[in-house]
Design a protein around this ligand. Structure first.
Ligand SMILES: Nc1nc2c(c(=O)[nH]1)N[C@H]1C(S)=C(S)[C@@H](COP(=O)(O)O)O[C@H]1N2
Ligand SMILES: [Mo]
Length: 206
């Protein structure tokens, strides 16, 4: 079904599509927040990423560093789940996310003994980190579809970390690098006073 609009970035067309793709508004009995009603947040606007030249790097404490194209990352078996994003500014939304488990990517690279932490680097200079155990035990995914729609540019295209149970500042958008380390790491907001654990419901600062 086409609307006759030649733009591929026309947002919410008001007919159940977003950027020309059918948007899911309910999944497994849960009502989803339409993308057009989802707030977004970024330190300096939307970086333009061309997935014809894009690579996702996985390096640090791994045996085989990986340089994966968009097609390679999105061709693994995917996982979908309904997750709430809670920003510390006091807004939230519920969405269906589809993506690849971070563990699948880390297993390809072969995480070395003693690694504790995974840092996510983004195209806009943003970064954040999470514990390796949290990512594995919760089957945390790197998302590339939002309510069934290809992740829109302002929401982190091509990849946003779906850090369920953690405040929004752990949900790295525009991810370009995944770095494994055994050191404590404070990301963009964490180094500016936000809590490094970031559990939803837990302390926001300190
Ligand atoms: N690269 C990057 N990722 C980022 C941010 C950012 O500024 N840059 N902001 C974070 C914050 S504070 C929030 S609340 C969420 C918002 O995600 P959304 O814009 O997809 O709703 O993105 C997080 N990820
Ligand atoms: Mo946020």
């Amino acid at each position: 079904m086409t609307s006759g609009c030649i733009s591929s970035e026309n947002g919410d067309a008001g007919d159940g599509t977003y950027n020309g793709e059918v948007e899911a508004l309910e999944y497994e009995g849960v009502k989803l927040t339409p993308i057009s009603e989802q707030r977004d947040n970024s330190i300096k606007g939307t970086p333009q990423i061309n997935t014809n030249t894009y690579f996702l790097t996985i390096d640090g404490m791994v045996d085989d560093p990986q340089y994966l194209t968009y097609e390679q990352v999105t061709s693994y078996p995917d996982v979908s789940k309904v997750v709430m994003l809670d920003c510390v500014e006091g807004w939230s939304y519920v969405a269906k996310w589809t993506g690849i488990p971070v563990k699948t990517l880390l297993d390809e690279a072969g995480v070395q003994d003693g690694a504790t932490t995974v840092i996510f680097h983004s195209a806009d200079g943003y970064s954040t980190a999470l514990e390796l155990d949290y990512l594995v035990e919760n089957n945390i995914i790197l998302g590339y579809r939002l309510n069934d729609v290809t992740l829109p540019k302002d929401h982190g295209y091509p990849f946003q970390l779906v850090a369920e149970g953690k405040y929004g500042y752990k949900w790295a958008k525009w991810v370009t690098g995944i770095e494994v380390t055994d050191e404590l790491y404070e990301g963009y907001w964490e180094s500016r006073g936000y809590n490094n654990n970031a559990d939803v419901g837990g302390p926001r600062f300190g």
